[in-house]
Design a protein around this ligand. Structure first.
Ligand code: COA
Length: 113
């Protein structure tokens, strides 16, 4: 069963995902109408084996079940901007210029509703 189906809240999902996938960092927040992915970091030696994708899919499932969209605060490493864009595009996210100026200009949103 997916972790997202058994977790009661976003902080529980966050700690379960960190444990299960051995993530270096994962910062999630739940707002009244969206889930915020502040940062995800897979350890260097475990990258490119599908962990990042599996984690985002769990978060997408959780968001879908709570009828919320996801906002990503993408903060790419140096020279990794286009790989990060590809990573998120492959997961169905579209870069969207936010009209909410409290959000950074590199914010991505993914509409799951
Ligand atoms: C981005 C990141 C979470 C992806 O996790 P992952 O487990 O490697 O991802 P997957 O194996 O599911 O997918 C691989 C895809 O991620 C992207 N990717 C790989 N390394 C990356 C890196 N260092 N930075 C950004 N994107 C990367 C590529 O698009 C890659 O696809 P490709 O194989 O077709 O090139 C991981 O690379 C990472 O922790 N990067 C450093 C921290 C970071 O930039 N976090 C995102 C900030 S919001």
């Amino acid at each position: 069963m997916k972790l997202s189906m058994i977790c009661e809240n976003i902080k529980e999902l966050q700690s379960q995902l960190i444990k299960q996938y051995g993530l270096e960092q994962l910062w999630l927040n739940e707002k009244p109408d969206y889930i915020e992915v502040n940062y995800i970091k897979v350890p260097k030696d475990k990258r490119k084996s599908g962990i990042g994708t599996a984690v985002i899919k769990e978060i997408q499932k959780y968001a879908q079940d709570s009828g919320k969209k996801i906002i990503l605060l993408a903060n790419p490493e140096k020279r990794k901007k286009s790989s990060l864009n590809r990573f998120y595009n492959n997961l169905g996210f579209k870069r969207k210029r936010s009209t909410d100026y409290s959000l950074p200009s590199h914010t991505h949103t993914w509409d799951n509703i």
